[in-house]
Design a protein around this ligand. Structure first.
Ligand SMILES: [Ca+2]
Length: 338
């Protein structure tokens, strides 16, 4: 990491982000549980009712050697009615910096390996992983430039077309690409969004399809905090686009892909069962954040980490010391007994 980069808990070094982080329950619970013990100073604003709603996403794999996780409730605070207990299970081992994860209809998982620039189909039932091949896989290997936090990052499956969407760091930029899968092969990739600033750190990288069918893309500030408040830059934003990369209908600025701004380094995107959108975000030295994302919202970076940003900015719904946990992907847990 660069000299200015923040320190991290040793068991959760960001380059080796575990699959457990991808399974963060309600966005925050498992993230807290996965953190190292430290100075608890977690804040939670009044959680939206949606945070406790019945989820729709399936369970995801978990960190080896962690049979169960109960989220810590630090002294002096409460996680509120959205707190959950997550049970985790190892479904596959030996992956090389797994970063993105997309559940497939047959119960398998499409997983990206950041530094190897490979896609794998993981079968949780069999405990196997099969590399994806084909023109699209060859293209990713040839064009991806893993460096620092960059590489082959997010992956998502378009529920409408069945296309695979990936976010990768290339020689000149971060870009979102898509291709058509056929079993464990992936066809030639076409560009959805290009020109996202890239850097050794703060590359963002999450991609997800919202309940509205549009594609959401999480970017980082690419090491230049001023990017986050620059509406003309794709860095430090959450973008909302069509599969052709055009600004999606209903965006705050009709000709802009920007859905929200003022982000430092968004790592996880997701929605609960009633459509409330969440994003998890790395802070610098003070607080990591879980935000409820609203169109046109300014989430305060670089003027603030955690709550209390300048007027007109949106406070997170949960925040915790950067030394305590690193929020990566997020999903919504299934209720106990399902
Ligand atoms: Ca913020």
């Amino acid at each position: 990491m660069s000299p200015g980069a923040r320190r991290r808990c040793a068991p959760r070094a960001r380059p080796a982000r575990s699959a457990a982080a991808l399974a963060s329950a309600a966005g925050v619970a498992a993230s807290l549980a996965a953190g190292c013990t430290g100075q608890p100073a977690v804040g939670v604003s009044s959680p939206p009712a949606a945070a406790t709603s019945t989820p729709a996403t399936p369970a995801t794999p978990s960190e080896s050697g962690s049979p169960s996780v109960t989220p810590a409730t630090p002294s002096g605070t409460s996680l509120g009615p959205g707190a959950v207990t997550a049970t985790v299970e190892t479904v596959v081992e030996g992956l090389d910096v797994p970063w993105g994860l997309a559940p497939l209809e047959d119960g398998t998982l499409l997983v990206s390996e950041r530094d190897a620039a490979r896609l794998l189909v993981v079968d949780p039932a069999a405990g196997t992983s099969t590399p994806v091949t084909g023109a699209g896989a060859d293209q990713l290997l040839a064009e991806t430039r893993p460096r620092g936090e960059g590489g082959l990052l997010g992956v998502a499956l378009d529920p409408a077309s069945g296309d695979v969407v990936v976010y990768r760091t290339g020689p000149d930029d971060n870009a979102v690409l898509r291709g058509t899968p056929d079993g464990t092969t992936l066809g030639e990739l076409t560009t959805v969004v290009e020109g996202i600033p890239h850097a050794a750190n703060h590359d963002g990288g999450a991609v997800a399809f919202g309940p509205d069918g549009h594609l959401y893309v999480a970017t980082g500030d690419a090491g230049d905090p001023s990017n986050a408040q620059d509406r003309a830059s794709l860095a430090g934003k959450i973008l909302r686009v069509t599969l052709d990369g055009e600004p999606a209908p209903g965006n705050p600025e009709p000709r802009s892909p920007v859905w929200s701004l003022g982000h430092r380094n968004v790592q996880g995107l997701g929605w609960d069962a009633v459509g409330t959108m969440y994003a998890s975000e790395f802070g610098a030295r003070t607080y990591d954040e879980l935000n409820v994302i609203r169109p046109g919202g300014n989430y305060g970076w670089p003027d603030a980490e955690g709550p209390g940003g300048p007027g007109g900015t949106v406070d997170p719904v949960a925040w915790w010391p950067t030394s305590q946990a690193s929020p990566s992907g997020r999903t919504t847990p299934r209720p106990c007994g399902c």
